[in-house]
Design a protein around this ligand. Structure first.
Ligand code: AP5
Length: 216
């Protein structure tokens, strides 16, 4: 299965992509996670991406397209895309690459969430720098405060999760990524999902849409 999961910052893309990948045995490809790894390793791509990420702006398309094309090619048997495509140009490049291999996206899920909820979720998010597990100080706390349940690593807050940067990320989303939803809507069914509720309820609603596709 090849799935695109769209949504504003903090909508729950990472949270739900992990669950979708596990349930259907496909690869979770997060452009944000790959960029953060590149930054942590100090690669040229990571260094180039840093200033954009910290400002809440998008990393230029040419860098992203090169990075994600390789990842998508390697996982061509099945993946769920998280944070990519994020511009209409990225969506067009992805469609062209899929068409060349006679493939297409099986489902586009669009998580819809209120800005007020986003701010509360993002400022409370903590993640594990080692395994990437994501928590929330109130909604999804770890068993021991500040420590990853899986490997005991101290949890960290992302540098772009401050209120000022989150507002820029939301503005960037409205201007550059919302048109991607319209791009897909013009070409295929987009499954709009209310993602304001509890994470388990949102996941159950997503699985209800995807289970029939997995059985095909
Ligand atoms: P990226 O890492 O993709 O960040 P984002 O899109 O801003 O999304 P987030 O990771 O903040 O949120 P999420 O939707 O994954 O929410 P999560 O599940 O963690 O991108 C970062 C930056 O990289 C960009 O700003 C840009 O600079 C660059 N970049 C990345 N891709 C790019 C591209 N394609 N092109 C150009 N630049 C690119 O959930 C958030 C919190 O809420 C968590 O604490 C979670 O536990 C909690 N939570 C989630 N769901 C629920 C729920 N239902 N109820 C209660 N709590 C919940």
């Amino acid at each position: 299965m090849r799935i695109v999961l769209l949504g504003a910052p903090g909508a729950g893309k990472g949270t739900h992509c992990k669950r979708v990948a596990e349930r259907y045995g496909i690869v979770h490809l997060s452009s944000g996670d790959i960029l953060r790894r590149e930054r942590a390793e100090g690669t040229p791509l990571g260094q180039q991406a840093q200033q954009y990420m910290d400002a809440g702006a998008l990393v230029p398309d040419d860098l992203i397209v090169e990075m994600m094309s390789g990842a998508v090619r390697k996982a061509s048997a099945g993946y769920v895309l998280d944070g990519f495509p994020r511009t209409v140009n990225q969506a067009e490049v992805l469609d062209r690459a899929l068409a060349q291999n006679r493939q297409e996206i099986d489902a586009v899920i669009n998580l819809q969430v209120d800005d007020r909820v986003v701010l509360e979720r993002i400022t409370g998010r903590r993640s594990c720098p080692k395994c990437g597990a994501v928590y929330h100080v109130k909604n999804m706390p770890p068993k021991v405060a500040g420590v990853c349940d899986k490997d005991g690593t101290p949890l960290v807050q992302r540098p772009d999760d401050t209120e000022g940067v989150v507002r820029n990320r939301l503005e960037t989303y409205s201007r550059q990524t919302r048109p991607v939803v319209d791009y897909y809507r013009a070409r295929r069914t987009v499954h709009d999902m209310d993602a304001n509720g509890d994470a388990d309820a949102v996941a159950a609603a997503i699985f209800q849409r995807l289970d029939p596709l997995a059985k095909r």
